[in-house]
Design a protein around this ligand. Structure first.
Ligand code: 5RP
Length: 236
């Protein structure tokens, strides 16, 4: 199975978690897009759901498919959110998210849901020994960005880690700007051994809007492999 086929298989498997009448958070990214497309088919077939998207891109895609949409202001409690991830730590299902720059809205929507279902290809599943190779995305305010990044570097060093902190750019060299008007700093740490501590330290820095470690939010991960879709429940 190609990676794209795995993403699609995981996305289709997530339909098992959707019931008539549910309020559903829609993630962002290529795997989440497969889910939005599959959900759109079900809506055409008569499924009744109300969905809250985590990005402008997902909102536009869902709207084109005729999926009924709401906002978190109008619908502040959701039944389930289905979203992709950049890395999934097997066991506690700690995630690294934000490869698409939507981590803040993704975290707000997922944490407003009774359940977060993560969908991914097999390459995203990591063990403790190799978690954190994907650069950790952190959304910051443009105001005082250099000062915020300096504080982030110091906080990371206090935990005995190091690595380059890079402001994400679009093609052409301009800073990538999120749907919230923020910048993304990609922290190339190589390996994250204390996700909860790192998340806590980064979160406390003024200027940091949100960081891409999702700790204790995901309930189940659907990871597609050549042998089928593995269902991984969060272990305490
Ligand atoms: C976007 C995300 C995505 O879920 C993550 O980057 C995975 O993307 P893809 O499904 O395209 O591999 O966190 O902010």
């Amino acid at each position: 199975m190609s990676i794209e086929e795995q993403k699609k298989a995981a996305a289709v498997a997530a339909l098992d978690y959707i019931e008539n009448g549910m309020k559903v958070g829609l993630g962002t990214g290529s795997t989440a897009n497969y889910f939005i497309d599959a959900l759109g088919e079900r809506v055409k077939g008569g499924l009744d759901v109300l969905c809250v998207p985590t990005s402008i891109a997902s909102e536009e895609r869902a709207r084109e498919l005729g999926i009924p949409l709401s906002t978190l202001d109008d619908t502040p409690e959701l039944d389930v959110t289905v979203d992709g991830a950049d890395e999934i730590l097997e066991g506690p299902l700690v995630l690294i998210k934000g490869g698409g720059g939507a981590l803040t809205r993704e975290k707000i929507v997922a944490s407003s849901s009774k359940k977060m279902v993560v969908i991914a290809d097999a390459g995203k599943l990591k063990s403790a020994g190799d978690f954190g190779a994907f650069p950790l995305p952190v959304e910051i305010l443009p105001f005082g960005a250099r000062a915020t990044i300096l504080k982030m570097r110091r906080a990371i060093e206090k935990l005995g880690m190091s690595g380059e902190l890079v402001v994400r750019e679009k093609n052409g060299g301009e800073a990538f700007v999120t749907d919230n008007g923020g910048f993304i700093v990609d922290c190339h740490l190589g390996h994250v051994t204390q996700p909860e501590k790192l998340a806590g330290k980064l979160r406390r820095i003024p200027g940091v809007v949100e960081q891409g470690l999702f700790v204790g939010i995901a309930s189940v991960a659907l990871v597609a492999t050549d042998e089928g879709v593995r269902v991984l429940e969060k272990q305490a």
